[in-house]
Design a protein around this ligand. Structure first.
Ligand code: C5P
Length: 209
């Protein structure tokens, strides 16, 4: 059959990563967590002692960094998520990361990508676009549980505040803000368990592929 490109967008801790990974496994497609690219840029800048707001340095970093050698646990930490959303608001950073993402999406057979702007900017021709949401409280509770499992003692209130701040920054930026593409299917996972959310996503994809 034709290529199957699945775009999965949504706010922080919406469950989009879990869904995207499972869809990729189900269809035997490669999976790209595009948030990691922004996290790598932020991490590389912090390592180099650069200010995250330095647009020129951020753009140069995004244009030339090597994706290997990062500690995944550090990349997925709270501080780097926050830092990533700062560099992700810089248009030159976004521009520098477009080709890597589109090349990945062009894999033979297709691919699954998750992020904030996959359906709107990176893969506007995706076969299926999912926009995964959940209330801030549900997302904070999930993140709280996940962090606690890794020994992080961050409070629920602190995590909820982080999530609200990140939502506001990601939705409010001028370039490629977080929003559902017009042809995206909304999937609210607030009341769904992981398996239920996956079953719902799968039936959406099956109807459209
Ligand atoms: O998805 P994740 O939480 O790892 O993303 C970290 C940050 O990277 C987001 O808050 C967002 O600012 C940015 N990002 C983005 N576009 C994407 C993926 C992530 O702007 N496609």
């Amino acid at each position: 059959g034709r290529n199957l490109v699945i775009a999965v967008d949504g706010p922080a801790a919406s469950g989009k990563g879990t869904l995207a990974r499972r869809l990729a496994a189900h269809y035997g497609l490669p999976y790209l967590d595009t948030g990691l690219l922004y996290r790598m840029v932020a991490r590389a800048m912090l390592d180099a002692g650069q200010r995250l707001e330095d647009a020129q340095a951020a753009e140069a970093t995004a244009a030339g960094f090597d994706e290997t050698g990062f500690d995944e646990a550090v990349l997925r930490g709270r501080e780097i998520g926050e830092a990533a959303s700062v560099v992700a608001a810089i248009p030159g950073v976004r521009r520098a990361l477009i080709d890597r993402q589109r090349q990945f999406a062009a894999a033979p057979g297709g691919a699954v990508l998750d992020g904030r702007d996959i359906g709107t900017v990176i893969c506007p021709q995706a076969t299926v676009k999912l926009f995964v949401t959940a209330t801030p409280e549900v997302r904070a509770a999930r993140r709280h549980k996940e962090l606690a499992g890794r020994g992080d003692t961050a409070s629920f209130e602190g995590i909820l505040a982080d999530i609200r701040r990140r939502d506001a920054r990601d939705s409010g930026r001028g370039d490629a803000p977080l929003k559902a593409a017009e042809d995206a299917i909304l999937l609210d996972t607030s009341a769904l368990g992981v398996d239920e959310a996956f079953a719902a996503a799968l039936s959406i994809v099956e109807k459209r592929r």
